[in-house]
Ligand binder design. Structure first.
Ligand SMILES: Cc1ncc(COP(=O)(O)O)c(C=O)c1O
Length: 485
């Protein structure tokens, strides 16, 4: 049944009509005047009722869709999503409805009965909910486009002597993708296909690092970056970050390579501010260091304008590392490294000596996905999926200090250290897996030379269903209020 909408739009107000409409619908869903599972009028019908253009309604619906308030199935309408925020003492069962069974494929979720969301249980039973970071939503992958790409890719003839640069056709397709999605301008000779961002960093280190060279990693930061750099004989130097990303003023002057995540600092979540970007490039020019820009999840952002990759500021001192691990799945094993052509040549030559390569079929499949526009469509679909999960996190935990919630597929929840440790242990007994920020530091607990040590949880929402995210975050919310007393 379609509901009557409580909407009154004011054409003389400064606020755009679509913003007014979205705001009033949001308020109605928040305070329960519109309930989960109820169907909204079609955009055409609502435009007629309210006397505005259909574009206004579509924009409002799209905004609410991205925030997770609405869900829809093509051809069958738009529904109020099951976004009820449970009270701290009553938390919900995981979605028992279609979403979990259908594997969450795409944005076409069916309406969920509002009754499902308010069933009180004391403890989560029967399933483990994994809210550890680093996992994308792979259940949404098995689409006709994906199967077609792999079928076609399987017809390629493998090379007897693989090119260490990777398939030229994929490199060509990537020049276009990187320019429009990440503002990275390069030619084919500036791209080398890798198995992922970490593999790209390893190849860079294998080419550039001499034993005893000092290399920088963010602190807290991505542990595998420090591991591969260390394994190539470098002395790994932790470099502090804050909510605006790397603290450039604190960088040493003698680093050979600096690994950094400027689009979405891992794991704290800040975006490197514009002045720091300029300062970072100036630092690299001055010191001769190479910036290894790890853009592991730059495609996912919410409610914020896209920020192009740092690479564009100075391709001479930056090596850009991209990956399909987050936009697709780590198991696909395709990524890319973009650098000055002379450096790409050196890396390719070194790679040949290491007999390191990317398998041809995944490369060909990725090229087909790119050329047919299927990768862009997949990313758009995943962006909407993740926006819904993120909205569920914010609905449950928005009253706490959240960081990095405008991008990627994880957020940081700042909490006192003692609360965090007890919370993780207690949540595990209830079937919810969480991690703290602590393992992302290289210095011992309680210390953070050059910066303030952040404590709290890193919540990954990529690998769980919206229902699981909601259930897990409701448990976190309840435990925080219990443990904080
Ligand atoms: C900062 C960062 N870089 C890179 C990766 C993984 O990239 P890849 O699988 O392409 O090596 C991750 C995965 O969690 C990550 O967090």
């Amino acid at each position: 049944m379609t509901i009557d909408l409580p909407v009154l739009l004011d054409r003389s107000a400064a606020q755009p009509l679509s913003v007014q409409l979205a705001g009033q619908l949001r308020a109605a869903m928040r305070d329960g005047r519109m309930r989960a599972g109820e169907r909204l009028p079609s955009s055409r019908a609502l435009a007629t009722i309210t006397g505005v253009s259909r574009t206004v309604v579509t924009e409002a619906y799209q905004q609410l869709y991205a925030e997770g308030w609405l869900e829809g199935r093509h051809g069958s309408g738009t529904f109020v999503a099951d976004m009820v925020t449970p009270s701290p003492t009553i938390f919900t069962t995981p979605d028992l409805g279609r979403e979990d069974r259908r594997g969450g494929s795409g944005v076409s979720s069916a309406p969920v009965s509002p009754r499902q969301s308010s069933r009180p249980v004391g403890k989560i039973v029967g399933e483990t909910i994994d809210l550890r970071p680093g996992m994308p939503w792979v259940a949404g992958l098995n689409t006709p486009a994906w199967r077609r790409a792999w079928r076609l890719a399987a017809t390629v003839t493998p090379a007897a002597r693989p090119d260490p640069h990777g398939l030229p056709e994929l490199r060509g397709a990537l020049t276009d993708y990187l320019r429009r999605s990440r503002g990275v301008a390069c030619q084919e000779d500036g791209i080398l296909i890798t198995r992922g961002a970490t593999n790209g960093l390893d190849l860079l280190a294998a080419t550039m690092v001499r034993p005893g060279d000092r290399v920088g990693v963010e602190q807290p930061g991505y542990p595998a970056a420090a591991a591969v750099l260390g394994a190539r004989g470098a002395e790994v130097v932790p470099c502090p970050v804050d909510e605006n990303g790397l603290i450039v003023d604190a960088l040493p002057e003698d680093l050979r390579i600096l690994h950094t995540t400027p689009s979405h600092q891992y794991p704290i979540g800040g975006r490197l501010s514009a002045p720091r970007r300029q300062a970072l490039v100036a630092w690299a020019r001055r010191t001769g260091a190479i910036i290894a820009e790890d853009d592991y999840d730059g495609e996912f952002r919410y409610d914020v304008a896209p920020l192009p990759a740092l690479y564009g500021l100075d391709p001479g001192v930056t090596v850009y590392l991209g990956t399909t691990s987050k936009i697709f799945a780590p198991d696909v094993g395709v990524g890319w490294l973009v650098a000055r052509p002379d450096l790409v040549e050196r890396i390719a030559a070194r790679r040949r000596t290491l007999s390191d390569r990317t398998a041809v079929v995944p490369q060909a499949a990725m090229r087909i996905m790119l050329e047919r526009g299927d990768l862009d469509r997949h990313i758009r679909r995943m962006r909407a999926e993740y926006a819904r999960r993120r909205a569920a996190v914010v609905a449950a935990l928005g009253h706490l200090s959240l960081r990095g919630e405008t991008a990627g597929i994880h957020v940081l929840v700042e909490l006192p250290g003692d609360v965090t440790d007890r919370l993780v242990a207690e949540a595990e007994t209830q079937g919810v897996l969480l991690v703290t920020v602590d393992p992302y530091y290289r210095t011992p607990p309680g210390t953070a030379p050059g910066g303030h040590r952040v404590t709290g949880l890193v919540i990954g929402y990529g690998g769980a269903t919206v229902g699981q995210v909601r259930t897990g975050c409701s448990l976190v919310r309840r435990l925080v209020s219990e443990l904080d007393r």
